[in-house]
Design a protein around this ligand. Structure first.
Ligand code: COA
Length: 727
């Protein structure tokens, strides 16, 4: 069938869905920038079915009247509203119908266990929101207090899984019931059977997770918490249900800030009790790397990993989301002495703490057949972004692994396990927030290159086999990080985005060795230029990945651990890997790194840097797209001359950007001369703000009222709050 996706953003779910549907259907994508754009897209694409995997706007009536239009709703049939996952993670168990009443109870009563199940529905768009005929629904078990579970991890995990199976079933049900027109296209559809609404696709059971209602948008301020009476579990739920967007808006640090993270610390005796024996609830009692732990009224702790400043009405765009400690330091809400005094180290031998606590890198040593020692290197970096300091920690952990390898007890392999994301490359948020993004980019890319160098030089020198285990998504430098390993294993449900051009970078991480080494020069170029996501199976076909293991989560972990001894055996039996055909001498590596960094320096410091700096700004500050790239909107590629900006030769040409800058200057001067220049600075700000409208403006809309914290704020809180913008 011909399928048109309409989405607010081409996000991880729509990417996975695209990869699942495109082998058997003709899929094209349009970003839902406006009603007109959606309508034109439908007219151009003439789809058999429109699918909206992630759409926060209404589908225009003319579209659902003329094309069967399927909406993916991240809730079971009967759940209605834009904050489905937020409510379920906040603790809505379906026992209370009225949303205001429910918020009061969740605020004032001891926490209840929450729903045991959640689901995803694929329903047909009609006039009434989320109320059309259901074509498929799937459900899955849920523990809302599971360690590390956030709205975003729930979305990327079980919700995306259920959404993909439901869409595939819905599409085949539609295909089965369609009559075929004279031109051979499906044209008339029967109605969805009532069973589709009542029975989930796999177990054929009604929804198991309680009653369902219409729930309104859950605003950032409604996730606020009161440290004097909310327990660690309650605070954690409030933060995790808004992570990654919009965050929990709180005055905890004396200034309205969005907070992220929310992991409960279960260390016996309370958090950092050796240093901070009896602090009042809400006090920062521990700092580890760039996260901080506050104590709670029930003697536990909650970790805050990131913060985002609130957008004032005078701000042009959203603030970057940055690590909590450096963020508070920059705002003057924490000083360097406090950071030193409160430092609470993780286990010094890189082992995983036996209690739930913040730990972003750890090493696990495992023995196979009494003789083979394997080091599993785990990391859990927020959104898979690797800042300079996180890369440094990885280097330290790899040095530790090497130091444990002795002639008597050698390490045979190191397995890079990553975390819920494998890696998305350098940390664009930290870079954007730094005083000199160009310099921070330079430091970060050099540090991530150091990490990759261990895989290409340090481990091979000591005969340690390197295995990349992609259990989560990887992009740009994150793909190159894995590709540098001798062997790459990927879980079947991940998405790989190997190109760097989307964010205006040439890229480093020795990809000029690993991509051609694994895929051949031609294919490597194609992968980098095409800028489209790849399934693990496609990646295996081109050589970027060596093995694909079916599954995710615990099942995948087990399969990886079972697979490693087989890999060790094949190495011992002398099986060749991509590295055996490459020159990976120190000199060759140094040459490749220098050439890559030479290009990267143009990206950071030359006239060409405009493409990276502007794209990074838009990416981090969530500026709404103004058009859909033609590589996705194939219905708009009318001929071979219709190219995206990134597909044109000029995209890489420094002189083009020099000329562009000169041209802009001349145009501005001309405008000034003709008195066409915008005359007041106020209207300039308005123009800039319009250009930088955020993607999810419902969350971040700046409103000039006072943000009122729930209980007895200090005088300084009130004063600062007046200058802040509530949500
Ligand atoms: N640095 C900082 N944050 C990053 C990041 C990076 N390199 N890559 C992804 N993120 C963040 C996003 O900002 C987003 O944050 P939020 O949820 O807090 O708003 C989150 O990770 C998820 O990203 P999103 O783009 O919504 O996910 P997606 O699955 O739709 O798209 C990618 C995935 C990888 C295609 C997209 O995130 C991307 O292009 N990332 C940049 C990769 C890159 O160019 N890295 C630098 C070069 S090495």
């Amino acid at each position: 069938m011909r399928i048109l996706f309409l989405c607010t953003a081409h996000n991880s779910l729509s990417q996975r869905l695209y990869l699942a549907l495109s082998p058997s259907h003709d899929v094209t994508i349009e970003l839902a920038i406006s009603e007109d754009v959606m309508i034109t897209a439908a007219e151009l694409a003439r789809p058999d079915v429109v699918i909206c995997p992630f759409l926060t706007a209404r589908v225009p009536k003319v579209i659902y009247d003329n094309y069967t239009t399927l909406i993916v709703h991240p809730g079971p049939p009967g759940d209605v509203g834009p904050s489905a996952l937020d409510w379920v993670l906040l603790g809505d168990d379906g026992s209370i119908e009225n949303a205001t009443e429910l918020l009061k109870i969740l605020d004032n009563s001891p926490p209840r266990p929450g729903r045991t199940h959640w689901g995803v529905t694929v329903l047909q768009a009609i006039e009434e929101f989320d109320a059309g005929p259901v074509w498929a629904f799937e459900q899955f078990p849920l523990d809302i207090d599971e360690r590390g579970l956030t709205k975003s991890s729930l979305y990327r995990g079980p919700v995306s899984r259920a959404a993909i199976s439901s869409v595939l079933v819905a599409v085949s049900r539609i295909q089965e019931t369609a009559r075929v027109s004279a031109e051979g296209r499906p044209c008339v559809f029967h109605k969805a059977s009532p069973d589709f609404r009542h029975l989930s696709i796999e177990n054929r059971l009604p929804f198991q997770g309680g009653r369902l209602f219409h729930r309104p948008l859950l605003k950032a301020a409604q996730r606020n918490f009161d440290v004097t009476r909310h327990t660690a579990q309650q605070i954690s739920r409030r933060i995790r249900c808004g992570d990654s967007q919009p965050g929990a808006l709180s005055n905890l640090f004396g200034l309205g800030l969005y907070l992220y993270g929310g992991l409960v610390d279960e260390t016996p005796g309370g958090p950092n009790s050796g240093v901070m024996p009896a602090a009042s609830p809400g006090t920062i009692v521990g700092i580890r790397n760039d996260a901080l732990c506050i104590t709670t009224c029930d003697g536990k702790g909650v970790w805050i990993s990131h913060i985002r400043r609130v957008k004032k009405s005078s701000d042009v765009a959203l603030w970057p989301k940055i690590p909590a400690v450096s963020g508070l330091l920059e705002l003057g809400l924490l000083d360097i002495y406090e950071i030193e005094n409160l430092y609470w180290s993780a286990p010094p031998d890189w082992s995983r703490s036996p209690f739930a606590t913040m730990q972003d890198v750890w090493v696990e040593l495992s023995t196979y057949n009494d003789s083979c020692l394997v080091a599993y290197l785990h990391w859990e970096f927020y959104n898979g972004a690797m800042s300079s300091s996180q890369c440094s920690r990885l280097v330290e952990a790899m040095d530790y692994i090497l130091s444990t390898s002795t002639p008597k007890r050698p390490i045979h392999a190191v397995v890079l396990m990553g975390g819920s994301y494998f890696s998305n490359g350098i940390d664009l948020n930290v870079i954007e927030a730094s005083q000199s993004p160009a310099e921070e980019s330079w430091i970060n890319i050099n540090r991530i290159d150091d990490v990759v160098q261990y895989l290409l030089l340090e481990f091979p020198r000591r005969n340690v086999l390197t295995i990349g285990a992609l259990r989560g998504n990887a992009a740009a430098g994150g793909v190159a990080l894995a590709a540098a390993c001798d062997v790459v294993i990927a879980g079947s449900e991940i998405v790989l985005s190997p190109a760097y051009r989307g964010v205006g970078l040439y890229g480093s991480e020795y990809h000029t060795i690993s991509y051609p080494g694994r895929c051949g020069a031609h294919k490597a170029k194609e992968i980098l230029q095409s800028m489209t996501p790849m399934s693990p199976f496609e990646a295996r076909c081109v050589g970027l990945v060596d093995h694909v293991l079916i599954g995710s989560g615990f099942v995948l972990d087990e399969k990886i651990r079972t697979h490693v001894p087989f890999l060790l055996k094949s190495v011992l039996s002398g099986h060749g890997f991509w590295k055996s055909t490459q020159d990976l001498s120190a000199m060759a590596l140094s040459k490749a790194r220098t050439l890559e960094l030479c290009e990267m320096s143009k990206d950071f410091f030359s006239a060409r840097s405009v493409r990276y700096h502007s794209r990074r700004f838009n990416f981090v500050r969530k500026v709404k797209n103004h058009h859909t790239p033609l590589r996705f909107a194939r219905h708009r590629r009318l001929n071979s001359r219709c190219l995206d900006e990134e597909e044109k030769d000029s995209f890489d040409d420094v002189r083009y950007y020099q000329r562009q800058t000169e041209y802009d200057l001349v145009t501005r001067l001309e405008a000034e001369l003709q008195n066409r220049e915008v005359d007041s600075s106020q209207s300039k700000v308005e123009i800039l703000k319009k250009a930088a409208e955020p993607l999810f403006s419902c969350y971040y809309k700046a409103v000039d009222e006072v943000f009122t914290p729930p209980r007895s704020p200090s005088a300084s809180h009130e004063e600062t709050a007046k200058n802040e913008v509530p949500i």
